[in-house]
Design a protein around this ligand. Structure first.
Ligand code: HEC
Length: 165
């Protein structure tokens, strides 16, 4: 379960390795940390938009104590992937090598968090859902700050300001 988004992203990473030269030549698809071809980057972005819709829905479900819907969304996020069905196990293994360890760690953390939201909803514990929800958003931000800071320049620290005299 937890490796589903990873699986999708790993695909991006691996294919990107194959097309790294072409990608560099094109000078396209700005992103930090991960070298992705434009096509793969678009797939990753589509995946991200899907996750975003789920996360936005969670806020409303939480506000209306719709536990069922929270559990469903949690499962969807956990199971999120685009290309996994097209991958052989050998490809998966190969692809996994293409991603930085830190990225995999963040991805695993993200999926773990989504799972905990579902578990908290199952026992109708709103405080626990809120707790894990906030940590989930944090995990989005953690990964983006490392691997998507060109896409989201707000993560870049402002230049240090000297004293004003
Ligand atoms: C393990 C890493 C990782 C996690 C976790 C992650 N993202 Fe992303 N996200 C990325 C990367 C990489 C990009 C691509 C940045 C780029 O376009 O160069 C991205 C892009 C996006 C985009 C832009 C999509 C577009 O159309 O360009 C959105 C929106 C987004 N993420 C939302 C989220 C939300 C919401 C979460 C948490 C619920 C999340 N992401 C969790 C890595 C991650």
């Amino acid at each position: 379960m937890k490796i589903k988004l990873l699986a999708a992203i790993v695909v991006f990473g691996s294919l990107a390795v194959g097309s790294a030269n072409a990608n560099a030549a094109e000078g396209d698809a700005p992103n930090q940390g991960l070298k992705l071809s434009p096509d793969l980057l678009n797939l990753l972005r589509a995946e991200m938009r899907e996750i975003t819709a789920g996360v936005q829905g969670l806020a409303l479900s939480l506000a209306t104590a719709d536990w069922q819907s929270i559990q469903e969304t949690s499962s969807k996020i956990r199971a999120s992937y685009i290309l996994e069905k097209q991958l052989t196990p050998a490809q998966l293994g190969e692809l996994e090598k293409a991603l930085p360890e830190q990225f995999k760690h963040l991805d695993a953390e993200f999926h773990q968090r989504a799972e905990r939201i579902g578990a908290a909803a199952a026992v109708r514990d709103p405080e626990l859902v809120v707790f894990h929800y906030s940590r989930l958003i944090e995990s989005c931000a953690n990964c983006h700050s490392l691997y998507a800071s060109e896409r989201f320049p707000g993560f870049v620290s402002p230049a240090p300001q000297g004293h004003h005299h």
